[in-house]
Design a protein around this ligand. Structure first.
Ligand SMILES: Cc1ncc(COP(=O)(O)O)c(C=O)c1O
Length: 479
């Protein structure tokens, strides 16, 4: 036990103290909501989605006046944010029960407060795992996670699983190197971009470098990453961005023919969650792989959305390609703490220590949760595949039942989009879904976008899928 010196004050702090003056009651409401969630089985909760829980109203306790306007802040008005969560369910501050069909914001891989992950956090803290520390002295979970990522990227090398990395470290064509000191996906994406541009210079390729991206991409919020999606046009000089229509092979071929060796790299997300969950076709990515190799450009696959949402860990493994750089984040730590990484070939290991770092990105506790996340996924591989395919099939059937409303089902079994014919219909369907207790996202704010998006946490089970589909069907039938 650490001893306190006389001038130190370690008075026990309660959650109520931390909630601050006048707001302590939010803790009572949170506990009540949490109790409600734990006292009811998933089956019971399913029947109660969209209903009000008696005695809970924390909407007037901590407002968002000082929070930025774009997230509903700027006003001292009542709020209805998340109060407590368990699995795929959460209770809002006004006491309404929601089914979260988006796994938080697509990152809470096993739903809210999964008991196994919570237990691992407790075990870690009780036994000496630290929350964070200097990146020069990574604690074992960080190093183990780096190994696990290399293992997942090289499933054909069984010796990795018994700890023998000698053969892979000698191979220049393998994804054998991990840059892991990164907190957010945006920083990870920018690190990949830097490597791409440095490699271009190193190879003395024709300039200015060209970066080929997919129209509607989302690679984070750094200024350079937003430049990849047409933002800040006058602010970035030195490389050009050429956007191609996803899955249009002819256009891709034309761009590679036109820019050839000027191309520094090609970027893609397997499922474009910022573009209505559009799925990139394996054949398209295979061609991109061939063309990048021909002109000495790098292929970068951004798996920040898709990674950790399927038993293979990385979706690119389903496409018969090996990218030069894979980017992961979001779901890796199941939402416990942001931690991101890039995995690449050793010859691309050219960034210096402070070129790409987040000082809170060496998080051992978060890495421990990531290891547990991967273990849970491996243990449940068959069930995950089964339930995801089952949900996707049911969505397709639903689309066939309402051909006048739904134009297509986008995405893949792990994350999907309900594409409506009309933008207004998508928006009003989304509004009605949320009113009824289904927390979904809508992509209908850009020209031509009319899709409702979903990405369930991996703890989802058949009764939840069935209830969800029934509720969607009801909404489509009655409105
Ligand atoms: C495909 C993709 N790339 C990059 C990012 C950026 O990650 P972060 O929000 O952690 O910076 C996101 C975030 O949603 C993403 O979906």
């Amino acid at each position: 036990m650490q001893e306190t010196t006389p001038h130190q004050k370690f008075l026990g702090l309660t959650l109520t103290d931390l909630a601050g003056p006048g707001a302590g009651a939010i803790i009572d409401h949170m506990i009540k909501a949490q109790q409600f969630l734990t006292d009811h089985t998933d089956g019971d909760l399913l029947k109660l989605i969209g209903t009000q829980i008696h005695g809970i109203d924390a909407s007037n306790l901590i407002d968002k006046a000082v929070i930025q306007q774009s997230y509903g802040g700027g006003h001292a008005k009542p709020t209805d944010d998340l109060l407590a969560g368990r699995g795929v369910f959460y209770v809002s501050e006004k006491g309404k029960l929601y089914l979260d069909c988006t796994a938080g914001h697509y990152q809470v891989t096993w739903g809210y407060n999964h008991p196994v992950l919570i237990d691992v956090v407790r075990q870690g803290l009780d036994n000496g795992v630290v929350s964070d520390n200097h990146s020069n002295i990574p604690q074992w979970p960080v190093k183990r996670l780096a190994r696990s990522l290399v293992e997942a990227a090289n499933p054909d090398m069984p010796e990795l699983r018994s700890g023998d990395f000698s053969r892979i470290m000698a191979a220049n064509d393998r994804l054998n190197t991990v840059l892991i000191g990164l907190a957010t996906g945006s920083v990870a994406c920018e690190s990949a971009l830097k490597i791409m541009l440095m490699q271009h210079e190193r190879l003395k390729k024709a300039s200015p470098a060209v970066v080929v991206v997919l129209k509607g991409n989302y690679h984070g919020t750094g200024i350079a990453m937003q430049y990849l999606r047409d933002m800040w046009p006058a602010m970035i000089k030195g490389f050009e961005v050429v956007s191609v229509e996803p899955n249009d092979v002819d256009q891709l071929e034309a761009v590679f023919a036109m820019y050839g060796e000027r191309i520094a790299g090609f970027w893609a997300e397997p499922i474009m969650m910022n573009r209505e969950a559009l799925a990139i076709e394996p054949a398209y990515l295979q061609i991109a792989r061939e063309r990048t190799a021909q002109v000495g450009a790098l292929m970068i696959i951004d798996e920040i959305q898709t990674g950790f949402w399927m038993p293979e860990v990385f979706m690119y493994r389903r496409f018969g390609i090996t990218p030069d750089i894979v980017i992961v984040g979001k779901g890796m730590t199941a939402g416990f703490h942001p931690l991101s990484a890039i995995i690449y070939r050793r010859p691309l290991d050219m960034l210096a220590q402070y070129d790409a770092i987040s000082t809170n990105g060496n998080a051992a506790l978060a890495a421990l949760v990531a290891l547990a996340n991967m273990a849970l996924t491996a243990q449940n591989a068959e069930r995950i595949n089964h339930i995801q395919v089952c949900l996707f099939d049911k969505l397709k059937t639903l689309a066939e039942e309402f051909p006048d409303r739904i134009a297509a089902i986008h995405g893949c079994p792990a994350m999907a989009g309900l594409k409506f014919h009309s933008r207004e219909d998508a928006l009003s369907f989304h509004r009605r879904s949320v009113d009824s207790g289904l927390w979904l996202r809508a992509h209908a704010y850009h020209e031509g976008h009319s899709t409702v998006l979903m990405k369930f946490a991996l703890c989802v089970d058949t009764p939840i899928v069935d209830e969800y589909i029934n509720r969607l069907r009801n909404l489509l039938t009655h409105t």
